[in-house]
Design a protein around this ligand. Structure first.
Ligand SMILES: NC(=O)c1ccc[n+]([C@@H]2O[C@H](COP(=O)([O-])OP(=O)(O)OC[C@H]3O[C@@H](n4cnc5c(N)ncnc54)[C@H](O)[C@@H]3O)[C@@H](O)[C@H]2O)c1
Length: 280
């Protein structure tokens, strides 16, 4: 979908990171943007920085009623909606069996439930307008094997699958409506910093991880190396936003910020097919 001045975009998780960068890039192109986030303070600051083409609507995407209010506010303020960026996301860490079921639920409620709510509430508006684009932010973690972050990886895998179903269904009833599922690699945001700071201690400084027993540290070492490696591959949120908007304009279903890192997805599928004995 060609991005044009006057269009209206809803961006969730817009107070910080990739969402804020996407919102800024849209405003720069002359679009009007509705920013949604649970972090009301940062949301208000981001919206103010973006000027009078942006409004803030504090929203928990996991709550369908709040997402309905988000749509009502969007239509009341701007009278139309053209693009929906289901970007809000969160993670939790630990061995799968030790993560509290409540934490599992919350990650699923936000990462999948939030996107389902966005799709449920906004898609009918796009269908009646006969045009529009939905962007769901998954992760390369959804295509590869994620250790000590299973709720996140599993939710992002489900989000890729959900986006593919949505694409197939819209092809039948409203092919003009675009769908993009973005699988970012490491992007320099608060979320990723929380992880990489653990693995890359400041010069001479101690990290939380060094306080763990040595036997646990030894087991975690390969993962910490992988996380430290991620820090070296990080791109800015502004760059990620450019890639995402290009994908919208070129109508791509799948997009990543890090094609080289995505090769792990092929290794995984090869392992699965080999195990099945699939030869063709
Ligand atoms: N940064 C990365 O390296 C990376 C990599 C792959 C995927 N992603 C995905 O990109 C998206 C954006 O993450 P980010 O890196 O910008 O992180 P971030 O923490 O900077 O931003 C995420 C935003 O989502 C908001 N949010 C969380 N729960 C919410 C809820 N229930 N309702 C509304 N808003 C909520 C947060 O308040 C925050 O402002 C997420 O879906 C994340 O999983 C990020």
């Amino acid at each position: 979908m060609k991005l044009e001045a006057g269009q209206v975009a809803v961006v969730t998780g817009a107070a910080n990171g990739i969402g804020a960068a996407v919102a800024a890039a849209l405003v720069q192109r002359g679009l009007r943007v509705v920013l949604a986030d649970t972090d009301s303070e940062a949301l208000a600051t981001t919206a103010t920085e973006l000027g009078n083409r942006a409004i803030a609507v504090p929203t928990d995407v996991a709550d369908i009623e709040q997402v309905r209010v988000l749509a009502d506010r969007t239509l009341a303020e701007f009278g139309r909606v053209d693009l929906v960026f289901n970007n809000a996301g969160m993670g939790t860490g630990g061995p799968s069996w030790e993560i509290d079921p409540g934490d599992w639920d919350r990650v699923w409620a936000v990462n999948i439930g939030g996107v389902v709510n966005g799709i449920h509430v906004f898609t009918p508006h796009l269908i009646s307008a006969g045009q529009g684009h939905i962007v769901n932010t998954a992760s390369l973690a959804g295509l590869t094997v994620g250790l000590f972050g299973a709720p996140y990886a599993a939710s992002k895998a489900a989000l890729i699958s959900l986006s593919e179903s949505l694409r197939g269904e819209l092809d039948l009833v409203a092919p003009n409506i675009g769908v993009t599922v973005v699988c970012p690699g490491p992007v320099d945001t608060r979320m990723l910093r929380g992880l990489t700071d653990l693995a890359t201690p400041p010069e001479g400084g101690a990290t939380e991880s060094e306080e763990l027993p040595p036997e646990v540290m030894a087991k975690l070492a390969p993962m910490m190396e992988a996380v430290a490696e991620m820090a070296t591959e990080m791109i800015t949120a502004t760059r990620a936003a450019e890639i995402i908007l290009d994908a919208v304009e070129s109508g791509k279903l799948y997009e990543t910020t890090h094609p080289d890192m995505a090769v792990a997805a092929r290794e995984r599928i090869d392992t699965i097919l080999e195990s099945f004995g699939t030869t063709a």
